[in-house]
Design a protein around this ligand. Structure first.
Ligand code: AMP
Length: 284
């Protein structure tokens, strides 16, 4: 594994790979890696010839008052995990390398989708994601980009941006990895104590119960939403911020539940904000 700190160095290395006909797989992350991240890495290793993972805690995707300073970091442990996994390049730029003239000058605005769903509670978040992904894609060049469905709206934003800006990236969405009780793996789960981790299993239970309701023929979003709210609301320490049923491309709320819609939620477990989602299955 080669660790690269400079954008220009990574570009040269990957240009040389492509010149030899090798396919590049790219996994962008903010580090503090867990099995969810590693499942994207495994997929990239299986489907491409050279895998590059980036670790960059992107300041522009944290809204005012969010946990940028507290965001967990452990580059040494991450690079050991990635080396063991067998990746080829680790790109670990600092903020100065990514934003030499300071963050926020030229930005990518994904439009309406950025205001829906998570965007209502995280102003500027998706513009930050769109901007950093556009920059990373410009550095990495033609590749397959691996993203987790756990951050479903991020996947939709990145797909939209690559399409609208003709970026040479094929976006691949990968299934959410979960703990045994259903809690979606997240770098922020480290903030939860044992009791809270157990309680947070109710988030996925609620989503599953709502998906089951839909598979039995329920078409009213309110019925699904109530199901999730009830499952989560009964757990001490959990507080629902929102539950919605949305179109998977636009993240606009749907008026009627159909297969493929997403049930999305954000929940506070104490002071830790967790998000999750589940696709509505075809009715049985
Ligand atoms: P992050 O480091 O949180 O920015 O995440 C980097 C990538 O890993 C994103 O594409 C996430 O959607 C993905 N990811 C995070 N958690 C999971 C998970 N539990 N299962 C699968 N992918 C995940």
């Amino acid at each position: 594994m080669i660790v690269v700190y400079r954008s220009s160095d990574l570009r040269s290395l990957l240009d040389a790979c492509r010149a030899e006909g090798l396919r590049i797989g790219f996994v962008p992350t903010m580090g503090f890696l867990h099995e969810g991240h590693l499942s994207l890495v495994t997929r990239s290793l299986e489907e491409t010839d050279r895998t590059v993972v980036s670790i960059f805690v992107n300041p522009t995707q944290f809204a005012e008052g969010e946990d940028l300073a507290q965001y967990p970091r452990d580059l040494r442990r991450d690079s050991e995990l990635l080396e063991k996994a067998g990746i080829h390049y680790l790109f670990a730029p600092d903020v100065e390398e990514m934003y030499p003239d300071g963050p926020g000058r030229t930005t990518v605005n994904p439009g309406r989708i950025a205001e829906a769903g998570e965007g209502r509670f995280r102003p500027g978040h998706f513009a930050g994601v769109a901007t950093v992904c556009t920059k990373l894609f410009a550095i990495v060049g033609q590749c397959r980009g691996y993203f987790g469905q756990k951050d479903a709206q991020q996947v939709a934003v990145v797909r939209q941006v690559t399409k609208d800006l003709d970026l040479p990236v094929e976006v691949v969405a990968c299934e959410t990895r979960r703990e045994a009780n259903g809690l979606a793996l997240s770098s922020r789960n480290g903030f939860l104590d044992e009791e809270m981790r157990k309680a947070a299993g109710a988030i996925f239970n609620g989503l599953e119960a709502a998906a089951k309701l839909a598979s039995e023929g329920e078409t009213k979003p309110e019925a699904l939403i109530a199901k999730v709210e009830r499952a989560i609301g009964t757990e001490a320490g959990l507080k629902v911020q929102y539950v919605e049923v949305v179109d998977p491309e636009t993240f606009e709320k749907v008026e009627r539940v159909d297969a493929g819609a997403l049930i999305t939620t954000a929940v506070f477990a104490g002071s830790t904000r967790l998000i999750d989602n589940l696709e509505v299955p075809a009715s049985s």
